[in-house]
Structures are given as structure tokens and as C-alpha cells.
Design a protein around this ligand. Sequence first.
Ligand code: GAL
Length: 443
Amino acid sequence: MRRGIAVIGTAALAMTLVACSGGGGGESASGGAESDGGTSTGAAAWEGDDSEVQVMTWWESGSEKEGLQALQKVFEEKFPDTEFVNAAIAGGGGSQAKQKLAADLAAGNPPDTFQAHAGAEMTDYIEAGQVEDLTGLYDELGLDKAFPQDLLDRLTMDGKIYSVPSNIHRANVVWANPTVLKDSGVDPDAVPADIDAWIADMEKIKAAGYTPITVGSAWTQTELLETILIADLGADGYNGLFDGTTDWASADVTAALEHFATIMSYTDSSLYAEDWEPAMQPVVDGKAAYNVMGDWVYLGLTSQGKTLGTDIIEFPVPGNDGVYDFLADSFTLPVGAAHPGGARDWLETISSKEGQIAFNSVKGSIPARSDLSEDELAGFSDYQREAMDSFANDTIVSSIAHGAAVSVTVSSAINDAVMKFAQGGTDVAGLQEELVAAAAGIG
Ligand code: GAL
């Protein structure tokens, strides 16, 4: 991957080993011991029943499940007296889980902790008063010193932090089959400079009889769209979509949507109902050339015996060079959770060095902590070391499809608009109108 201009993230590197000041927990296996809570009055929200923890994620199958299992193993070692209850709901990107979660939260029947994305996605839950403020737990576990400032900034809402990240993923990656590319007369080592050059390559691939690019269900199409917006608007222009400085109705956005329409014309519509793994499979099987997906793909490849760099190659979406399209999985303590002590144990586990190393080394993501030593990072793949470097040095932008940039309400509306377009229900002008309407819900 070529490097971009270093803009933010370097402060993260200055972090040193976390000092577990004050309260309990930290890196030691405290066996579920109660902490002093970090507040001066009364019990902290995370004190209480720690007999079990019900963990709601969408890591229910395939490679995602393996990642969760790695985390569960560390949890059971650290907290042998707390039962881990897996409440995972299938559906990549949380496509099914978020609906069930919304219903459970509304009914006052929350899990003990749930997966969400750091950033704007948390706003729905915060505004509805459905999640506890965890700022005191950050003090207690020393997390304010363990995570890089860029990430802390994205986690902080009105001076408070409501979730604990387990990992950082990158969304703007092209996964490509080099054999298909060569067979189509496209040089696998020559990354197209921009979207137009990429489209020219897709034309050659189509002429050679392959599917140029695959996408699956709505959120995977939104992920493709966001990377085209990044390419065409640039990082600043893309960021402006969320702070009001870039107009969703502008001609620049129209041009990006025209690119999106062209690229969608090279996809196989029979995959539009599929989750990300089946949508990626034709690339793995040598039937299609490209898929744009986050780096959770990594484990799915290795567990199929594929080697990254040989069987499958990866590069930033053309025009995204030097830009890291960021998302972080982050866990919460819902208001009214039955086992807040169990949730605390879980949050300690996922944020601990052991938890972050065990989970991320199989999940394909990078640790959210920035205080791991070279020795502790030794087991990470070349791809992940590159991603860490990129996160520290590239320009960071926030993913739409994975909740870093927008709330669940807005991303759902964008998914609906994109899917309607994919199914032929509207044209580029109609898509843009619906995106403008969806974006009205931003901030
Ligand atoms: C994202 C999540 C990733 C991965 C992906 C595919 O939303 O952050 O960890 O699970 O969905 O399901």
C-alpha cells in the first residue's frame, strides 16, 4: 500500500505502557473482584451481579465467530466465575442484530453488553438514554492512556465516553484475484490511479468473461459507495458530508454517484441478497475480479487456505490512497442490564492487552490500544502491521456503512436508498435526492 501524507495519528505512538492507577482490574486477572467504581458517590453503574454476561454481537458465523471465540477464551481465563452467554445474531454489519437490539432496548430488556460502532452510531443510544456513561471506567482501567487520542476523540460525546472498543477495522480495501486480472490483461501490480482507470480495467475483465466486481446486500453496496465518495471528493470533501461543508446535492456528489452507477453495472445482481462472505466468494473462487470490503475478510481467506499476496491481493480502493476509512467495534453497558458486573468484566477483557491481542490477531483488525510493544505485536500479519502504520500516518475518515460517520437511522436510510437504486427502483438523480433526504438526519 502506498503511503499518504501524515496528518493525524502520530500522537498515538507516544503512548507508553498503561499505568493501572487507583481501582482494580487493569491487566491482572481480578477474577471479577468489585472495583471502587471511579466515582465518589454511590456504586458505579458497572458494579453489581457478575454471575454472567450476555454478549450481543453479529459475529455469529464463519470467520467472525472465530474472532468472538478467541475473545471468549480470554474472558473465561480472566473471569472463570462469570458465565459467558453468547447472544450473537447472524447478519454481517449488524444488519439483523441492530433491529433486534432496538426492540429489546425499547422493551427495557437489554443484553448485558452489545456490539456497536464507535462514533456517530452511538448517538441514537445515547440520546435515548439507553447506555451508561463509562468515563469513570476508563479512569479505573487506565483506558484514557491506552487508546490513541484520535480514537478517544471519536468515542467522546459531550465530554463523556459510552463504549469500549475491541478493535479498529479499515473499510476501504479492494480484495482482488490476481489470476483473473492477469487472464484479463490487467497487471495485478499496477493499482489503478483513480475510479476512471479502475472502470477501464473492469471493462477489460468483463470482455474476458469474468464478473468485474461483486457486491452483496445493502450495507455492502453502501460500503462501496462510501469509498467512491472518498475517491471523488477527497478526504476533506468526504468529511464535509458530515459537518455540512459538502452539499449532498452538489455536482461533485452527482459525479461520484455516476461512477457508482457505472461500477454497479459491472456487478452480478444475483448476489444482492447475500451477506459479505458469499458475495466475496466468486473472487476467492476465481470467477470475479474485485470486491470492496473491510479487513475482516482476512481471516475468511486464511481459513480457506488462501494466502494474501499470492492467491488474493489487496490494495486501497483507487483514489483512496493515504486515506484510512475507519470503524471500530465497541461494547457498551446498557441502562438496566441484569448483570452489570459481568459487563464490566467483559469490557475489561476486550480492552485488556491479552484480549486485544487474541481477538485482533484472528479478526484481521488492529488493536485499538496503541501501547502494545513490538514483542506483543509479533504475531500480527504483514497486512495488519501495514494497517497499523496506515492508521498512525494516513488521513482518517469515518465509515458510513459501519456507523462511524452517521447514526443507525441515517445509515439505514442510506442503505434503503442504495438498494432501491441497485434494484432499478430509481436513477442517479433519484438516488441523490434520497441521499439528501437521508443526510438531513445528520447532526
Ligand atoms: C462490521 C463490524 C466488523 C465485521 C463486519 C462484517 O460492522 O464492525 O467487525 O463484523 O461488520 O460483519
